[in-house]
Design a protein around this ligand. Sequence first.
Ligand SMILES: O=C(O)CCC(=O)C(=O)O
Ligand SMILES: [Fe+2]
Length: 495
Amino acid sequence: QDEKSHCTSIAGMTNLLHLEAQLIDNLSNYADELENKLLTVRGYVTEMRAASRKAQQDSVAHLSNPLNSFSLIRRMHEDWIHWQKYMKQPVGQQQVKYLNEQREQLPSSTDLQEAAEALYRIHVTYDLKISDMAKGLLNGRQYNVSLSALDSYALGKFLYDQQIFEDAGNWIYQAINWLQNKQNVLALPLQLDQAELLQVYAEALIKLKRYADAQKVLQTATTLKKDSFKLLIRKSEVETLIRTEPNAVPKLIKKRVGGKYEKGCRGQYAPATSSRLHCVYNSTNSAFLRLAPLKMELLQLDPYMVLYHDAISPREIEDLQFLAMPRLKRAKVVDQVTHRNMMVKERTSKVTWLGDATNAFTMRLNKRIEDMSGFTMYGSEMLQVMNYGLGGHYASHYDFLNATSKTRLNGDRIATVMFYLSDVEQGGATVFPKIQKAVFPQRGTAIIWYNLKENGDFDTNTIHAACPVIVGSKWVCNKWIRENEQMFRRPCLKQ
Ligand SMILES: O=C(O)CCC(=O)C(=O)O
Ligand SMILES: [Fe+2]
């Protein structure tokens, strides 16, 4: 299964923009070919028409001249056959062929579904209004983009298929609205059939039991498509519904109340109040930190959780991204039942693993993690670099693996170290819903938390999630520290 999963990494999507530029060039070449032929034809027409007019002014005098008569016979016998051949010749076949060759590079229907799902995730998690989203107002910030009728309609159809009729109807309504604006036009090959749009809208309204509204919409559709038998039948069916179900209660707009997770994503947890949480320069963990203390912020005592600011430099971040970029692959999650790595909707990002000894820089970074965490890196996992995509997220999960034979050798993931390699303009927080902590990405900051209690038990308070990115390309780098080699670093205390 080699799905490219285009939308699951922003960095990975730049090649799509590049491909689009090439397709535009190709279409432009196609236009040139058409234009050349057009100019050739027009040139001849002008010339021939002038001669023809002149000849017709006095046809007999013209034809009296043997040269004219001969030429007419010859032209009529030969030239028009050439014209016919020329007119029949297809134009721009090379460009058609090129486009055909590129088709397998184009996003698939799965890609489109994933992208639609991602936008829906943003809509739900942050409780955005569909009309705002369509106009480029995202989470209270206005962007200089909006969605066309085709975009909105595609989202509507996707949600309709998912049986999410209310939001489907809302998106289709945006598409109808868009088309009603005189400034908006769709060129021929991309034309949207208004009547079809209205019909799908009516279907969504019927599902919501809004029969009277559906009837009005179908009425408009029939005026656009007077001879559609199908439409008329549907309209009369709805009219029957109105008569037979006069007390149908329309499924009204439900208020979306966010749970703890959504609250965290929206930045609505109460700020920390404990006076025991503070910032210090950590210069005690290692000899290195004595020379170059790091800015440490204590986030939470139980589970233990700290932030290190400026833990990785912009230059180092670029190095990491440069190393990772060409190797990014769709992230997977270990299935708790089959223990197999699976591609799942719950984690939409692309990742790559970097061996500890990839180069001097990865060795230095691993040493720094050792210094910051106080743990040894022996037996721990490789560095994982991750880039999120459109609405990219990682649903609530634990980092501990729940020991299988595979993990037993090095023990479970005693701690997680995660570097934020980018700021995120909107969204993309890491939230811990149980303890109501949200950490918003800040380029260069690292977060460390313990996944296991002191006696080695799983600490279920560490359940966490990566909120959907609204705007931005979120990069993180993970290091999961394994338990067994830590014997002398964090002795396990039987409680
Ligand atoms: O990206 C984040 O904020 C969290 C990522 C995470 O939890 C993970 O990769 O295990
Ligand atoms: Fe995690």
